[in-house]
Design a protein around this ligand. Sequence first.
Ligand code: HEC
Length: 206
Amino acid sequence: MKYFFLSLIVICLLVVGVFGFRGDKFSQPPIRIFPDMDEQDKIKSQKPSGFFLDGMGSRKPISGTVPNSGDNGILPVEFSEGRDGYYYSGAHEGTYGNGMPEELVLIDESASTALLGRGEDMYGVHCAICHGDAGDGKGVVGHYFSKANVVVASLYNFPQSSHPDGYIYHVIANGKGNMGGYKHNLPVRDRWAIVAYVRTLQAAAK
Ligand code: HEC
């Protein structure tokens, strides 16, 4: 009998403990032994928030940023995933080609200048650390690579005649040997912009 009452009490405590008073309204603040994450700063979807100046909880993507997955419904088409054709692969039916693809719509001089300017910026961000500002392969990182006997290529050794534009595009996207690919960092248009800029670096070095 003693055990019956004991277990009844335990069961009652358990039921109250589990299903308890959670969600009920009290005039006093509850005693929380383990507060865990009961209270936290968070934003619920589609709800207002006092945290942001405009009072909106849902935020727009920061301008100029590019989503790196398709999870949010925005397909990263500009990253060439699963596409072919010269613009996306640098090759015409398996052969690397020369020349800027028509998808870049370089209709006049200002369009070409803008593309080159973009190429210069992106080259400075992604390539110059290794290949050097001038493309001679003497970037800051290259200095340390040489200690591990890794030679950073001078970009002057890859002229259009032996290494077509499409090939340079391919190396930027997929990497080569000790160099990693940049297809997840650089959208297709930026890769071509860098190809164009690499050509001007080569011309300037002559
Ligand atoms: C982390 C250092 C590093 C960065 C950043 C880097 N490269 Fe390289 N790159 C290398 C190395 C090392 C090689 C030599 C690869 C080999 O042959 O093993 C190379 C080789 C190359 C080649 C010659 C490929 C061939 O056929 O041998 C080209 C063209 C090139 N890089 C272009 C670029 C461009 C354009 C960028 C910027 C998007 C870039 N690289 C960024 C390290 C780098």
